[in-house]
Design a protein around this ligand. Structure first.
Ligand code: NAD
Length: 383
């Protein structure tokens, strides 16, 4: 079987779906050929020579699409115009990528028309066994880290406190709203850079995780736990949201950097930071809104942009993992390669792969099977 990796075509996308190291692994595991588009890894610092040394063949774009049985991508295949990627694949090919099938019905329908078997990396169930394929967590980890770096780039002071001959410098104060994978990564990064960090989440399970990173867990005085299906957050009551916003208003007067990561799967992100709160922040403060793509946690966020409101910088970048392309490609490549290898049955001499719809992970991630659109699998219950 031939595995193909095209260059990502989405504007500003710097990641590549596979590293040379994982090319080697696929060949070792019995896939007959790996074709990679020339220059596909260049922006992530993986050269054509490195891919060739690993055993891949570097070819033109057309050959990757027309000769591959299995395509590995970061972004979903494009559907529009003469360069439509979905029209370029082999009929009946298998495609593994981020897909977000609920939001991308048009791509799913086109994949179905092309009789494709498509797996969405974003639909892999978040159970212990599947952690190794969890690309959402890999990317969220990077986004949280990069959020602090982006904030520190525009913040005019140190994050750490110092006592110098020229004067005593107080540490910067950081508030992180939402302590999931991205939030915890932001907390850990800000702590490592010496900031005083506070964390908030609606799930009480997050308290211990926040505290274990050396941050303070701040709370509201309402007994309501935000844990929903599969360990994800559920939508909170109006009273809870009001109480947390009151808390954030007070916090905004004190802190220098706010990172928001509050998300509820399948819903618009809750609006938690208002313009009035931004007005209460000190000039030079920074807000990084990691929920920008889902509508934003902050009222003044412009998705994809850095903007200013009342002297406060608001960062709404939606491509933070792609801004750390070598790291994000490496982690994504590990996730997608291991996912593909998980489809290879042990008793088939690893020469080809099999779709076992009884397997919880396969069933969770599959979106189309030989062209048939499958209903979204139920999410696992909370642990
Ligand atoms: P996410 O990106 O969907 O959400 C980010 C955070 O926002 C969550 O922690 C959520 O509780 C919080 N949030 C939602 N509404 C909020 C509000 N109004 N105010 C403040 N915070 C709010 O979450 P995620 O990082 O993808 O994962 C969240 C959960 O899933 C965590 O419990 C994590 O441990 C779990 N998880 C499990 C696995 C696994 O078992 N394989 C993998 C990844 C994540």
């Amino acid at each position: 079987l031939t595995v193909g990796i095209p260059k990502e075509s989405y504007p500003g996308e710097h990641r590549v779906a596979i590293t040379p190291q994982n090319v080697q692994l696929l060949l070792k595991k019995g896939f007959s050929r790996v074709l990679i588009e020339r220059g596909a890894g260049a922006e992530a610092q993986f050269t054509d020579e490195a891919y060739e040394q690993a055993g891949a063949r570097t070819v033109d774009r057309r050959s990757v699409f027309s000769e591959s049985d299995i395509l590995l991508k970061v972004r979903a295949l494009s559907t529009d115009g003469p360069d439509s990627e979905v029209d370029a694949i082999r009929e009946g090919a298998t495609v593994i990528s981020f897909l977000y099938p609920m939001q991308n019905r048009a791509v799913v329908n086109r994949l179905s028309e092309r009789k494709a078997t498509a797996f969405a990396m974003d639909m892999v169930p978040r159970i212990s066994r599947a952690q190794v394929f969890d690309a959402l967590s890999s990317m969220a980890n990077i986004a949280g880290y990069k959020a602090i770096l982006e904030a520190s780039n525009v913040f005019g002071r140190f994050l750490t406190g110092q006592v110098t001959a020229a004067g005593k410098i107080p540490p910067c104060k950081v508030l992180v709203i939402g302590a999931g994978v991205a939030g915890l990564s932001a907390i850990a990064t800000a702590r490592r850079m010496g900031a005083i960090v506070r964390g908030f989440d609606t799930r009480s399970a997050a308290r211990e995780q926040v505290q274990s990173l050396g941050a303070e867990f701040i709370e509201v005085e309402i007994e309501e736990d935000g844990s929903g299906t599969g360990g994800y957050a559920k939508e909170m009551s109006k009273e809870f949201i009001e109480a947390e916003m009151k808390l954030f208003y007070e916090q905004c007067r004190e802190v220098d950097i706010v990172v928001t990561t509050a998300l509820i799967p399948g819903r618009q992100a809750p609006r938690l930071i208002t313009k009035a709160m931004l007005g209460a922040m000190k000039p030079g403060s920074v807000v990084v809104d990691l929920a920008a793509e889902a509508g934003g946690n902050c009222e003044a966020t412009l998705p994809g942009k850095m903007t200013k409101y009342n002297g406060v910088t608001i960062i709404g970048y939606t491509d933070l993992p792609s801004r750390l392309p070598t790291q994000s490609s490496t982690l994504y490549s590990n996730n997608i390669t291991k996912f593909l290898l998980s489809l290879v049955p042990a008793d088939k001499k690893e020469k080809y792969y099999d779709v076992d719809l009884k397997d919880e992970v396969t069933r969770g991630a599959i979106v189309t099977y030989d062209g048939q659109i499958l209903p979204i699998a139920p999410r696992p219950a909370p642990p």
